[in-house]
Design a binder for this molecule. Structure first.
Ligand code: SF4
Length: 269
């Protein structure tokens, strides 16, 4: 995509400003694709039409991401030039560098970020090791279909399991990423002494996205608990981890739940 095309896409008045800042990036399930600039850009870049480009492992996908970053940088450079700022030769600012390092430390080493990272690692391991579990369940369901148990609909179980695993797989990393961003923004708010009561804060918006991922994952794990009673201990451990995170985030970011995300929470359609 070139900058003229980007400007053309960006000038669409139907797009909701900032909608993709606090979404979960699950475009396949998003009701606002027609109102999202990011989605339009990705579609334009064939990221959503070209299966090759859609593949995260594929060189073409990363090239497209890299091209978009280069384009954004080029446009930023042009804008900065208007104010006599050369972004390629900005003076080194040791104080700013120190602040950035401290922010990184604070966000990544906060006990809640570490807990979210622990959850990420636990789920990653579980998903890797659960291939046999899913195969056994598939055999069991197939068996039920063969003997035609009229009182049950095994297809419903398949759909429920698939959907729950999709939800858990979608959010297990995002919970951590959004929480780290929330702490990173919180650090900046405090470093800059921002005490503007009532102003929406990026830290709350990011924490809200993390909380949404937690809520949906709790619901998904609860369904799996019914489907895989033999996994009770493991699944209960996941649920406890999520509950601890949920309570901790709500305490750290008391205004997160009431943060109004553009599009999703402001009554847009
Ligand atoms: S707002 Fe919706 S369409 Fe846009 S990036 Fe987020 S999930 Fe995708």
């Amino acid at each position: 995509m070139d900058k003229h095309r980007l400007k053309e896409l960006a000038s669409n008045p139907n797009h909701i400003v900032g909608i993709s800042r606090y979404c979960d990036r699950w475009c396949e399930r998003c009701p606002f694709t027609s109102r999202c600039l990011l989605y339009a850009m990705e579609k334009d870049d064939l990221l959503t039409n070209d299966t090759e480009a859609k593949d995260m492992q594929n060189e073409k996908f990363w090239k497209s991401i890299s091209d978009n970053f280069k384009l954004a940088r080029e446009m930023l450079k042009e804008d900065a030039k208007k104010f006599d700022i050369d972004i390629d030769n900005l003076p080194d600012d040791p104080e700013l560098n120190k602040m950035m390092e401290e922010r990184h430390e604070f966000a990544h080493n906060h006990p809640l970020s570490k807990k979210a990272n622990h959850y990420l690692m636990t789920v990653h391991k579980w998903l890797k090791e659960s291939k046999d579990l899913f195969e056994m369940k598939a055999d069991e369901i197939q068996h039920k279909m063969l003997i035609d148990l009229k009182s049950e609909d095994p297809r419903k179980d398949v759909a429920l399991i698939e959907d729950s695993v999709d939800i858990i797989s979608w959010y297990f990393m995002q919970i951590n990423v959004k929480l780290v961003r929330a702490f990173s923004s919180k650090y900046m708010d405090e470093a800059e002494g921002w005490d503007d009561e009532g102003e929406p804060k990026d830290s709350d918006g990011s924490a809200k996205v993390s909380l949404i991922g937690i809520d949906r994952s709790i619901a998904a794990w609860s369904i799996l608990l019914n489907q895989f009673p033999e996994q009770e201990n493991t699944i209960l451990d996941m649920l406890v981890q999520l509950e601890v995170l949920r309570k901790g985030i709500e305490k750290e970011f008391p205004d997160a739940r009431s943060f109004v995300r553009p599009g999703f929470d402001d009554g847009s359609r």
